[in-house]
Design a protein around this ligand. Structure first.
Ligand code: NDP
Length: 458
């Protein structure tokens, strides 16, 4: 995955305040290129708000918000089914508790390092603020590769990971959830070990739990559904709808599958999905039951989808963005949609791009899309439905209640409309109408910065 060079200074960093701050962040966090990218993307939009609110500059809000409250790195030893011992590295970055307990997922993937966890944790602060729910920002994970591991190996790894992490968690302190490589199975093993060590059935300490033991309906679907709901709102503001649109989705994990499901429910035809081996094109529209069977039940690869469905073609080793579409939903991982892909999408007439994944679109690609007038939704707005529904799960845990699917989905839809509208109006208020990146960054930042001012120098 390609990232931007460390030396690049923010666009709007002519602003005398932001430029030296960003240079200092590069100096103090060397080699963390995804973190630099995420910080730069936020800072380069904050000029107008800093000009109007000098108290944020005086209180050094940016310096404080870019420095995690706490960063944990720990050893995770475990043994495989043959008895061989492995040592992985665990991370939890507790970035901001300004609005509530640290909240953000755990990622298990061999690429995980401190810079990636920090980029995700940083994004999470603003995303969580945008939901309007009382949750702070954090993120964690490990460079453990779950691919090809047995259930017993996954369980031993999760137990070892939680044996260290549990001392830092709590329903009022830090509440992890899933992310890449961490789904319902892993949350189950993590929760079981937390319960065993602490001797507490503290259901609000993790979200994404099974429905029989504290989980919430719609949590599984929430990120993908929310992303499509946000896309529908963007199109609505341009007098269009999703009905009849042709959609390209990347990824085939949790976010991708439920983005496909909601898009189909709203009358769109989704023609692609992918994994790290390549992508599938299915001109008739993805057969979601088959995809779920392969990916969710069988933990298989998308290549198998094309083997089992005559209408579909598998293209190895390539991304999906060459496939013409009206709407593109990148739902796999960071920096997966590059400038050349954006140029192709624009050439093929794309109208909207919404990030189901975190930071999948490179800054150069975002610029191409925005300059071409494409409606572009950044992940911190478009994929916030997942964490918002996690907060709804925490509400249900606290009140020992469980809500129906329809009620929870309606709450999710309300939250996504609220996020859309607040990004839209904030962008207008700060002189960038239609720019959801500006709207999301400033709306999230103002909420956190105001609360930081109120809470004093901590
Ligand atoms: P999953 O593990 O369920 O699925 C990830 C998908 O992305 C898989 O298809 C995977 O393919 C693909 N992928 C992962 N890494 C790469 C890579 N380096 N190159 C190409 N493809 C890759 O994860 P999720 O669906 O949960 O997460 C997807 C994205 O959405 C991430 O950016 C995550 O941070 C973000 N997100 C997730 C939320 C959630 O609630 N789950 C909430 C908000 C954001 P393969 O199997 O080959 O690795």
């Amino acid at each position: 995955m390609q990232a931007t060079p460390d030396s690049a200074v923010p666009h709007a960093a002519e602003n005398r305040v932001i430029e030296p701050l960003y240079a200092e962040i590069l100096r103090r966090n060397q080699g963390e290129k995804e973190f630099h990218q995420a910080v730069r993307e936020v800072l380069e939009t904050l000029g107008p708000v800093l000009a109007q609110r000098p108290e944020f500059v005086d209180a050094r809000i940016i310096e404080r918000i870019c420095e995690p409250e706490r960063q944990l790195i720990f050893r995770v030893p475990w043994s495989d089914d043959s008895g061989d011992i492995h040592v992985n590295r665990g991370f939890r970055v507790e970035f901001s508790s300004t609005l509530g307990p640290y909240k953000g997922g755990l990622r298990f993937h061999p690429s995980v390092n401190l810079g990636i966890v920090k980029f995700l944790g940083f994004e999470q602060i603003f995303k969580n603020a945008l939901t309007g729910m009382p949750i702070g920002g954090g993120k964690g994970g490990s460079d453990f590769d779950p691919k090809g591991r047995s259930d017993a190996e996954i369980m031993r790894f999760c137990q070892s990971f939680m044996t260290e992490l549990h001392r830092h968690l709590g329903e009022y302190t830090d509440v992890p959830a899933g992310d890449i490589g961490v789904g319902g199975r892993e949350i189950g093993y993590l929760f079981g070990q937390y319960k065993r060590i602490t001797n507490r059935f503290e259901s609000g300490v993790l979200t994404g739990k099974g429905l029989g033991w504290g989980g919430a309906l719609v949590r599984t679907e929430a990120t993908g559904y929310g992303c499509v709901m946000f896309t529908a709102e963007m199109l609505r503001s341009r007098g269009e709808s999703l009905d009849g649109q042709r959609i390209a989705v990347s990824g085939s994990g949790n976010v991708a599958i439920y983005a496909i499901e909601k898009a189909q429910q709203l009358g769109a035809t989704v023609v692609t999905c992918s994994d790290s081996d390549g992508y599938v094109v299915d001109e008739k529209g993805i057969d979601l039951a088959l995809l779920k069977e392969i990916k969710e039940a069988g933990r298989g690869r998308v290549a198998e989808y094309a083997e089992r469905r005559a209408e579909a073609v598998f293209v190895p080793g390539a991304g999906v963005w060459d496939v013409p579409c009206d709407v593109a939903l990148p739902c796999a991982t960071q920096n997966e949609l590059h400038e050349a892909d954006a140029l192709t999408l624009v050439r093929n007439g794309v109208k909207a791009v919404a990030e189901g994944a975190n930071m999948p679109t490179t800054p150069e690609a975002v610029r191409v899309l925005q300059e071409a007038g494409v409606a572009f939704a950044p992940g911190k707005a478009a994929n916030a439905g997942g964490v918002a529904t996690s907060a709804l799960e925490m509400q249900q845990n606290a009140s020992r209640d469980s809500w129906t699917f329809a009620h929870t989905e309606e709450r999710l839809a309300e939250i996504m409309r609220h996020i859309h509208d607040s990004c839209y109006t904030t962008a207008e208020r700060y002189g960038s109408p239609g720019n959801y990146v500006v709207g999301a960054n400033i709306a999230g930042f103002e909420l956190v910065a105001d609360a930081m001012l109120a809470q004093g120098l901590i």
